[in-house]
Every structure is written in C-alpha cells, then in structure tokens.
Design a protein around this ligand. Structure first.
Ligand SMILES: Cc1cc2nc3c(=O)[nH]c(=O)nc-3n(C[C@H](O)[C@H](O)[C@H](O)COP(=O)(O)OP(=O)(O)OC[C@H]3O[C@@H](n4cnc5c(N)ncnc54)[C@H](O)[C@@H]3O)c2cc1C
Length: 450
C-alpha cells in the first residue's frame, strides 16, 4: 500500500489546493487500521464533489478506489453488497444488464455523474432526476459498515445503531469511514428510456411543466438560460424521461468517451463564452418547441460524463457550484431573485439547472433535498467578486427559508449551515473526533468529544 504526500488531490471545482498524505488501501481491514492510527483523516471517493467536502488540507486522505469489490448480489431480490470504493459506473456495467425480457435491475438513484463511488453517494446522500419519485440514494441503503478512529467497526441500519446510520447518510464523510454497504436495487421493466425536451419561455411556464410532468414522468429537470431577463427570465428547456417497458439498453462506458487537452493557463469560460453558450443552446432548441427520442439512458442521466475532466476548462482558479433548495411558497420569487442576480452579474453561470423536489423523506440528518425548488449554478472563480456574488445568493436563500447543498458548496457560512440544517446539533454528536475536512473546518463542525 502506498502512502505519499501529494498535492494533486482536488475536488471537482478545483478551488482548494493543498497537500495531503494519501493512503491507497486495497482491503477493508487495512483501511480500518489506517483510520485507527491517524489523528486527522478523511475518505476520498472520486473527487466528484464540487466543493471542499472531500479534502483535508495537511491531513490524511484515504483514497477509496482500491476498495472496489462487489461482495454479493442476489439476482432474485436485487440486494447488492459492495465495498465503498465501487463506482456507480461499475455497478451499472456489471449488474444493470438487460435480461431476456429486456427488464433488469437498476440503481434506484443516480446523480448526474456515474463516476461517483458508493461511499461518496452515501456520504452526500445524492439525489437524481427522479428525486420526486424515489428520494435520495440513502433511502435505498439497507445497511453499511463504518470504521471509527477508536478502532471499532459498526454495522449500521435503520434497526441497528440507527442514530449513527442517520448521521452517516449525508454525513459528509465525518462520522467514520464507510467500508461497505448493502443497497436494494430497483426492478425495472425496461432499461431504455423515452425522453422529451420542451422549450419554455419563462419561470411560470417552468412551474406548470414541472407540476404536470412530475405526476407522469420518472425523471425531470430543466436547463435555464442564465442570461435571460425581463419577461424571458427563467426561460429554458425542460427535460423529462421515463422507462419504456420491454426495451433494452446496454450500460454506458466505464470511462468518458472524449478527452480534453491539458489544463489551459487561463479560464476558457469568459463572460462572452458563457453568454454565447447559453444563447446558442437556447437557439438550438428554438426551431422546434418539443423534441423526443428513445434509447439509452446515458445522455439523459449523465450528459457531462462524456467529456473527461471538463472541469479543467475553468483554468487554474477553478469554479464554484452553488446549489440551493427553497421551499414553497417562497420558491417562485426566490428563484426569480436568484436568476435576476445571476443575469445582472458579470459572472454568469455556464450551466444552470432547475428541478422541483418532492417530499419523499431522506433518512439522513443532514440530507439536502426537501420539498421545494432546487437551483444549481456553475460560476467561474474570479476571486473576491465571485465570493461577494455567492454571499448575495446565499442571503436570498436564507431569507426564503432554504438551504445550500454541502456537496457542491465551498463558500457558505457556518450560520447558513446551522439555519438550513436544524438537526446539525445532533449530527455533531456523531462526528468522529479523528475525522476532519476543509468543509468541517470552514463550517466549524467539530465533534463534541474532540
Ligand atoms: C457532473 C456532475 C454531476 C453531479 N450531479 C449530481 C446530482 O445530480 N445530484 C447530486 O446529489 N450530486 C451530484 N453531483 C455531486 C456528486 O454526485 C457527489 O458529490 C458525490 O458524493 C461524489 O462522490 P465521490 O465518490 O466522488 O466522493 P468525493 O467527492 O470524493 O467525496 C464526497 C464525500 O464523501 C465522503 N466519502 C467518500 N467515500 C467515503 C467513505 N468510504 N466513507 C466515508 N465517507 C466517504 C468524502 O469524505 C466526502 O465528504 C455531481 C457531480 C458532478 C461532477
């Protein structure tokens, strides 16, 4: 097992640069041993979190990617047990293959990237485009095993060590090291999907389409033109999809299909390119107000995974993602305010996503989704002006009673975390004193026993 000081462990937004002592254990026993002998430790999945959640500057990171074994799978019940470093792409490739009738098993919840690990998906309790139907990833985890820094190992589920289980689902990696997990896969009648893209002209049309679509479609989300103002504020393209019974689809590739050249010395994302991309994307769809297609789920679920390391186009300073959810009845006005601020700023947002969340409860104390409307913005890092802009967005969300997603965030204040996550006090009691992260330090999250 290698153990080296390295400075190339970054999160997806690439805004925090630091040295880490990195261990690459290849067995659960070794991982548990490292946890027990480290004063400051954190697990690192695939670094697909945009913010600072997977980083532990000056401390130890345990890279989970050597813990990549599927331990068991029951083809009758769809119950899967695997090590925490198994990627969602690996599960899709091995277990989500078409059966004779073109039905099969599928991961009930996938985020917008299949290159996340099971441990990372649990620690952030990720959601997908079907959040309104099936809730978060953690809802489908029946048990997990946790290694703590005092040398103990805990089996946790809704029935066994339930408090630690609730703290670990969405627990941002701070309650211990997830060694393995058992997940209930979803039985589906077909692996292919029928998908529709519908153009809408403003925010009110978005809300109508979302209300209509969430009732009949399994997967829904929208892209928004972040530069549109006035009567066009919130215009975009609404995407919805559902499975086609009896139709097969093969799993997507295990690696991205397109590679980018090495890191550019400056950001390629300038205000003009952001504006031009948004305008072109809107125009692309404006010849027809509705288009549909059927086939593989790859482009619908994982559109950004096609290009390897696309985050490097933001240059050495990286970028922030800001994702929030705002509950009704304030949601419509708050989203309008956030979009107005974005359209007015010179920052722009390269890719802007909007989705309605349902009220399927999350099992985790710190899980992000709640009933309301969720907005995600990608914002190039231009230093202090960008931080001031993020603070303005945060203020709107807090005034509207919403919350910000820690998995995506690298800038929110400790006060906003406490306001948005009322159970944070209980969560802190379960933080392992041997665990630390850049996020935990920024948000003053420390164990009561430390
Ligand atoms: C293109 C793209 C699209 C995305 N779309 C979505 C989306 O639709 N919905 C959504 O919810 N998220 C989305 N995300 C975010 C991503 O799914 C989550 O951040 C996910 O948690 C990343 O998993 P990872 O394995 O890369 O973990 P990392 O980013 O490496 O780590 C995330 C957290 O998990 C902890 N962790 C990892 N492994 C373990 C372990 N074994 N034990 C304990 N803690 C552990 C880390 O300490 C850290 O706190 C997207 C990200 C990208 C890049």
């Amino acid at each position: 097992m290698s153990e080296l000081w390295r400075d190339d462990y970054l999160s997806w937004g690439r805004t925090v640069r630091a040295r880490h002592l990195v261990s690459n254990p290849t067995s659960q026993a070794l991982a548990a041993e490292i946890v027990a002998r480290s004063p400051s430790v954190l697990a690192y999945g695939c670094g697909r979190s945009y913010g600072d959640a997977p980083l532990n500057p000056g401390g130890r990171l345990i890279d989970c990617r050597g813990l990549d074994r599927i331990i068991s799978f029951d083809g009758q019940t769809g119950v899967l047990t695997c090590e925490a470093g198994v990627r969602l792409a690996d599960i899709l490739a091995i277990l989500c293959q078409p059966e004779a009738d073109n039905g099969g098993w599928f991961l009930p919840v996938v985020p917008g990237t299949r290159f996340a690990t099971v441990g990372g998906a649990i620690a952030n309790d990720v959601h997908g485009k079907n959040q309104h139907r099936l809730g978060t990833f953690g809802r489908h985890v029946s048990a997990l095993e946790l290694a703590r820094s005092d040398g103990t190992r805990w089996i946790c589920s809704q029935n066994e060590n339930a408090d630690l289980f609730a703290a670990t689902i969405g627990g941002i990696g701070l309650t211990g090291f997830i060694l393995n997990a058992t997940i209930q896969l979803q039985r589906v009648q077909g692996l292919a999907v029928e998908a529709e893209d519908i153009r809408f002209n403003n925010l009110d049309e978005f809300f109508s389409l979302a209300a209509e679509s969430d009732a009949y479609w399994d997967y829904t989300a929208a892209w928004i033109d972040s530069f549109a103002k006035g009567r066009s504020l919130g215009r975009g393209i609404f995407s919805r999809a559902r499975r086609i019974p009896g139709c097969a689809a093969w799993p997507p590739a295990l690696q991205p299909r397109i590679a980018l050249p090495p890191m550019p010395p400056i950001s390629l994302i300038r205000p003009f390119t952001v504006w031009a991309f948004n305008a072109a994307y809107w125009r692309k769809s404006s010849f027809r107000s509705r288009s549909s297609n059927t086939g593989s789920y790859e482009n619908v679920f994982f559109p950004l995974d096609a290009i390897a390391d696309w985050n490097r186009v933001y240059g050495p300073k990286g970028f922030f993602q800001f994702q929030c959810v705002v509950p009704p009845p304030a949601a419509r006005d708050a989203v309008a305010d956030l979009l107005r601020l974005t359209a007015r700023s010179v920052q722009g947002s390269f890719i802007t996503g909007l989705k309605t969340f349902g009220d399927v409860p999350s099992p985790g104390l710190m899980s992000f989704p709640m009933r309301g409307t969720s907005l995600a913005l990608d914002i190039p890092n231009r230093g202090p002006p960008t931080r001031r802009f993020l603070a303005q967005l945060e203020h709107v969300v807090m005034q509207a009673g919403g919350r910000i997603y820690p998995a995506k965030d690298a800038a929110m204040s400790a006060a906003s975390l406490r306001q948005g996550y009322p159970q944070v006090g209980t969560f802190i009691e379960h933080i392992d004193p041997g665990f630390s992260s850049a996020l935990a330090q920024r948000l003053a999250l420390t164990s009561a026993t430390r």
